[in-house]
Design a protein. Structure first.
Length: 80
């Protein structure tokens, strides 16, 4: 977390907002004391479309072997 004076924040606001969007949080100080914090707003998550998810998984090819056997085969194939 970075600190910046209020005067500097006024002149560099656009840059600071870009940094906050990228994941930083920035404290703004006045006369050496923290008075505000710039932080990203939590974005609302989209609900999962269960019907579309089911259609996607149903469209995937079926495997004859189980997951553990598949991983073992992949591991052993890369090893030798």
């Amino acid at each position: 977390m970075d600190k910046i004076t209020l005067a500097d924040a006024k002149t560099r606001l656009s840059e600071l907002v870009d940094r906050v969007e990228a994941g930083d949080s920035i404290d703004i100080t006045r006369r050496g004391k923290r008075v505000a914090r710039l932080a990203a707003v939590a974005q609302a998550r989209k609900p999962v479309d269960a019907i579309a998810l089911r259609a996607l998984t149903d469209a995937q090819p079926k495997h004859e072997q189980g997951a553990a056997e598949l991983v073992r085969d992949m591991r052993d194939g890369d090893r030798y």
